[in-house]
Ligand binder design. Structure first.
Ligand SMILES: Cc1ncc(COP(=O)(O)O)c(C=O)c1O
Length: 444
């Protein structure tokens, strides 16, 4: 486990070199300098070990460097690495496997490279299909950092300083019950649906091609919408001939305890965007939609250099095999229940843990100054994360709309014992921070 003095000497050298040559906007936000990772364990360059609660930002659902995925990549690497738009067996196989995971109306796949590229392409499909041009998306959502996707996103930090955003994007409120005016789920959902109807009828031009929605707000702080809200959105899309695009870039491939997040809500989207967990680290994304929608794209308008490359396809096919053979969706559901129970215990123990939300194996710990006022506390959230990392728990920096949400997302292959050890570390870190707060308040 980590020794508490981070970064170590070797890590410091790497961080210093990066600080000289790497674009600062992409700089590391935690002191862990990765050397290797296997399953749910990370080792840094100073040989500190960490229990991984990041999954490399929700990528390693099947665990880091799963032997079957590594083998598939190694075997393919010796054959050929790119074929641009030429047909090959692995691309055909992956499209077949992917579409088989969805209800039958979603029967075509487009293979691309990043999550943002998948969202951009989904929007193009919706515009080409409907002949309309406006997009509705939600406050607090994150869909990527390209110009269009940051504009569709509803997080200020992503777009601040970049001037006028892409036009024809209109935002509506998302049911973030914890920070809502009502603090009541039913009232919050009613209000959000009402405001969405109003947005469509007033600030929109009326030429709405698509509604784009994450199946839970990820970067926005792991905010899980009530099913009634998602069903209401689906209904409005049907009523107004709007394409319903669901962003499953981080929710997909078992993370939420179902293969895809939208399955929790009893709806079927028109277009689904996939990436991250799809191929465990080899950049791969996909858009899955019905034939009618896909056909709206003019020939040649949707390919990209690395889309459907054989390395990605080989990795993704191996990932799908692992998810199936190791029962990872069911595993995420079962372990998710253990996780949720422990979060409730922590809520009772630490008043600054205003809410411990989770869905499957992804959480949002809402760290606040006081549970009554619910004023977000990024400072306490950062202190907890730093304490936990020093004790050997790999976490990402706090995110969420107010920078106060600790997100934890272990690989789905983590053992219950290791996950509990990770949660014990979190508990210790919270106890330490709680102690520090008490001392400060007592003027010590
Ligand atoms: C929900 C969601 N959509 C889209 C993206 C963008 O994916 P990428 O970083 O691969 O472009 C992300 C990345 O974190 C995401 O979480």
């Amino acid at each position: 486990m980590a020794n508490g003095i981070l970064p170590g000497d070797k890590a410091r050298a790497v961080l210093e070199k990066e600080s000289k040559y790497l674009c600062a906007a992409a700089a590391a936000t935690t002191p862990i300098v990765w050397k290797e990772a296997l399953g749910a364990t990370v080792v840094d360059v100073d040989d500190n070990r960490y229990i991984d609660f990041t999954s490399g930002i929700l990528v390693a659902n099947v665990g880091h460097s799963h032997p079957k995925v590594v083998k598939a990549i190694q075997e393919q690497a010796g054959k050929f690495l790119n074929a641009y738009n030429s047909a090959h067996q692995l691309r055909a196989d992956l499209c077949e496997r992917l579409t088989a995971l969805f209800p039958s109306k979603l029967n075509r796949a487009l293979l691309l490279t990043t999550g943002a590229e998948a969202i951009e392409s989904a929007v193009k499909i919706a515009k080409a299909y409907t002949g309309k041009n406006e997009i509705i998306s939600f406050n607090g959502s994150f869909h990527g950092k390209t110009h269009l996707t940051m504009s569709i996103g509803g997080i200020r930090q992503t777009k601040e300083g970049f001037g006028p955003q892409a036009s024809n994007v209109v935002h509506a409120p998302f049911p973030y019950v914890y920070h809502s005016y009502y603090r009541d789920e039913a009232a919050c959902v009613d209000s959000c649906l009402q405001q969405l109807r109003e947005t469509m009828a007033t600030s929109s031009t009326g030429s709405i091609a698509a509604v784009v929605m994450e199946s839970y707000l990820g970067s926005g702080g792991c905010v899980v919408p009530p099913a009634r809200f998602v069903q209401g959105v689906r209904q409005l899309c049907d009523q107004h001939n709007i394409v319903f695009i669901v962003d499953e870039v981080q929710a997909g491939f078992g993370r939420t305890g179902k293969m895809f997040g939208f399955e929790h809500y009893g709806v079927v989207p028109d277009i689904v965007c996939l990436a991250k967990g799809l191929s465990a680290g080899v950049p791969t994304s996909a858009v899955v939609a019905g034939e009618g929608l896909m056909k709206a794209l003019p020939p040649g308008s949707a390919s990209s250099t690395y889309g459907g490359n054989p390395l990605s396809c080989a990795a993704a096919l191996a990932v799908l095999d692992v998810i199936e053979s190791e029962g990872l969706v069911q595993r995420a559901e079962a372990l998710g229940q253990v996780l949720a129970k422990r979060l409730k215990e922590l809520e009772q123990k630490y008043p600054f843990l205003g809410e411990g939300r989770s869905i499957g194996l992804v959480t949002g710990l809402e760290i606040v100054e006081d549970p009554a006022t619910r004023v977000p506390s990024p400072a306490l959230a950062n202190a907890i994360v730093n304490e936990a990392i020093g004790r050997g728990l790999a976490l990402i920096s706090p995110t969420g709309l107010y920078g106060n949400v600790i997100r934890m997302m272990p690989p789905l292959v983590i053992s219950e014992e290791l996950m509990n050890q990770g949660l014990d570390i979190l508990d210790e870190a919270m106890a330490k921070v709680s102690d520090d707060v008490s001392k400060t308040q007592a003027g010590e």
